[in-house]
Design a protein. Sequence first.
Length: 339
Amino acid sequence: MKALRYAAWDVLEMATVDDPVPTAGEAVLQVAAVGICGSEVEAVAARSPRRTPPLVMGHEFCGEIVAVAPDVTEFKVGDRVVASSLIPCGRCASCRAGAVHLCPDRGIFGMNRPGAFAERVAAPARVLLPLPERVSPVQGALVEPLANGVHVWSRLEQKFPETVMVIGCGAIGLLALQVARAGGALRLVAVDTSDARLAMAHAVGAEPLLNPVRDAVVSEIRAFTRGRGADVVIDAAGTAATRRTAVEAVRPGGEVVWIGTHGDATELSGRDVVLGERRISGSYAVTYDDLRTAVALFAHGRIEIEPWVRPFPLDEGARVFRELLTAPSADYAKALLLP
Ligand SMILES: [Zn+2]
Ligand SMILES: [Zn+2]
């Protein structure tokens, strides 16, 4: 079969690879659509040891089952499914507590087993969820990133935050904004250094829009909130500067969720956190509940993707990757491949 192969450091190319055969507990999917994740672009750019070529990447995918191992009873050939990107061990304390995303022995598609930048991919049936007919293949490939936005929302204790600010309007930020809207947030503030990305945020419901290149984000957000600050700030960029802005922009008693991982060490005002009882949580990956919620949000038409998602044929994958690595287009925030 055809696959977009990460053949060597800096080299992505179309290749012919062996067709997957389902081993015990597995199904093989005909991939309908697969997203290119920012983490994969970053891994290639940084020659990350977590993704070592030769490798077929791709962990955000959906498709139709074309083969199952004899012991698989929950799915059959012809079923439409979406996969979790993680393959938890199912036995450890985290897995038994339902926190499968924190499993220390988790596998990941396109990292320690072949991913879905290919015509077909094998997947353990236990990490698959049914995909309803009314959820399109392109939406199906966005279930995993949308579930990341749902997971962010699940980290919050406030039930009805009035003002939610999202820093970083890449795919995760644009999805987190829409989860916040579906979750009842009344005002969505988007922050990004790119006006093109802010226009995408506006198209999915954010208003006002702040660009830190020209706007003093913290004083602007205070002006919108009678001097208090946002109830919730989600940092989907993850630099030291954006994490600091998130903490400075949230009101006393408010909540900050960090999901980006661009930078690591971050200097913050400890007094802002202590004297204002501001809470900071991390958000990593997704649970099966998050995935089910994401499927439901798509099924009920709550998520806009037209303004910022662009599908390409799998054959163009190497070119699209090169573009994302060198000169990302301002026309879209998320590229998908259609095998
Ligand atoms: Zn991803
Ligand atoms: Zn586990």
